[in-house]
Design a protein around this ligand. Structure first.
Ligand SMILES: *[C@@H]1O[C@H](CO)[C@@H](O)[C@H](O)[C@H]1NC(C)=O
Ligand SMILES: *[C@@H]1O[C@H](CO)[C@@H](O)[C@H](O)[C@H]1NC(C)=O
Length: 151
């Protein structure tokens, strides 16, 4: 029993990073756009974040606290950033989900390390679906685990 507990514990640990890359984008229930950045900070750098996006040749900084850098004023009261545990930052944007261009490249930088992802507008998932996928894996693991105990 301890063995299978360990096994599914490991399965859980390994399946989460496979599901969520260093950067992910999804749509919240209230149509806000969410960008999660799980980039590991460079240890020697001052803690900072920067979120930006580009479409075609247009690039814009959405939210940052890198000293000396500035975000575009149009995003200032439309976006906010919060810290994620154990590491990373989450950007939430209001009012852009329905006017996104066809393809958008999202970028984030944490203390000098960066990640990018390009997503077509039509392929953006609701955030609840992303969470559901992860908990589905856990539920399946639990079911198999219970089967081990009782049969
Ligand atoms: C940026 O924000 C984070 C979290 O609020 C903070 O820990 C960090 O010191 C800030 N960095 C700068 C350069 O202000
Ligand atoms: C969007 O991106 C995909 C793959 O990155 C590319 O194949 C497609 O041509 C792009 N569409 C437009 C309209 O830029």
């Amino acid at each position: 029993m301890i063995k299978s507990l360990l096994f599914f514990g490991l399965l859980g640990v390994f399946s989460i990073p496979a599901k969520s890359d260093l950067i992910s984008v999804c749509i919240e229930d209230d149509r806000d756009l969410r960008v999660d950045c799980m980039v590991e900070p460079k240890p020697s750098r001052i803690n900072s974040y920067e979120f930006s996006w580009s479409s075609g040749s247009k690039e814009a900084v959405i939210n940052t606290n890198v000293s000396g850098a500035a975000s575009e004023s149009q995003f200032r009261d439309k976006s906010y950033v919060e810290e994620l545990e154990p590491q990373g930052y989450r950007l939430t944007m209001t009012g852009y989900t329905d006017t996104l261009p066809h393809n958008t490249t999202y970028m984030c930088k944490i203390s000098g390390n960066s990640a990018t992802i390009t997503i077509e507008k039509d392929l953006l998932l609701p955030c609840s679906a992303v969470i559901w996928k992860t908990s589905c894996i856990w539920a399946m693991g639990l079911l198999i685990f219970l089967q081990h105990i009782y049969y």
